[in-house]
Design a protein around this ligand. Structure first.
Ligand SMILES: [Zn+2]
Length: 213
């Protein structure tokens, strides 16, 4: 080897978009989870992962990739199915005694909370969820799942049994380093307020739910 050959740098991770911060216990109604905190320098956003049991043993991990929905997750909104999906995912993980939930801070399919209020106003006036985002100048879905790679790598998770009804999420996850070993549906009760929203998710976003009139 020539003495002019530059030293080989250690391989840097392909995705360095997240910094791991710390972990703690998070007791919930269903189980005592571990909560792991991550910081995204590019946006200043803070993301969270909950884990239960040994998720780093190489076996497929029951998992939910959940994008923040303040109205559905915390304020009991019936306009969407996010809160019940979050609850069911945590319940299922608790029942298995092993699993992971990544909580990504990309509110309103990525448009943010204030624009979500604007989008809901347009929906109050007759637009559907996709039309409302488009009238505000946004794509139907701006979510970015590449954040999952550094989180999953940090947690030692190699393979997912992914709980979702969203084929776009499954397709996006296939572009990541993690293996999707199984697709686990999350079937949520309809109510009079989320019925049209769920039907739009089926007809315009391809969600794998049963249409209902
Ligand atoms: Zn929601």
């Amino acid at each position: 080897m020539s003495s002019n050959t530059p030293p080989v740098e250690p391989a840097t991770p392909a995705t360095a978009a997240l910094e791991y911060v710390d972990s703690c216990n998070l007791p919930t109604t269903w189980a005592n989870f571990r909560m792991h905190a991550f910081f995204e320098p590019a946006t200043g956003k803070e993301h969270i992962a909950l884990t239960l049991g040994d998720v780093a043993n190489g076996q497929p991990v029951l998992a939910r990739i959940h994008s923040e929905c303040l109205t559905g997750d915390a304020l009991f909104s019936q306009r969407c199915d996010c809160g019940p999906q979050l609850e069911m995912a945590l319940r299922k993980i608790a029942e298995e005694g092993r699993g992971a939930l990544l909580y990504l801070r990309q509110e309103g399919r990525g448009i943010g909370l204030l624009n979500k209020v604007r989008a809901y106003h347009l929906q109050d006036d007759g637009a559907d969820t996709v039309e409302a985002n488009q009238q505000l100048g946004f794509a139907a879905d701006l979510r970015d799942y590449s954040l999952c790679d550094p989180m999953l790598r940090h947690l030692g998770i190699q393979s997912l049994r992914l709980m979702t009804n969203n084929p776009r999420k499954l397709a996006a996850m296939e572009g990541l380093k993690v293996t999707i070993s199984e697709h686990v549906p999350l079937i949520i009760q309809r109510n009079p307020y989320n019925n049209r929203y769920l039907n739009t998710k089926i007809s315009k976003l391809g969600h794998m739910l049963s249409p209902e009139l």
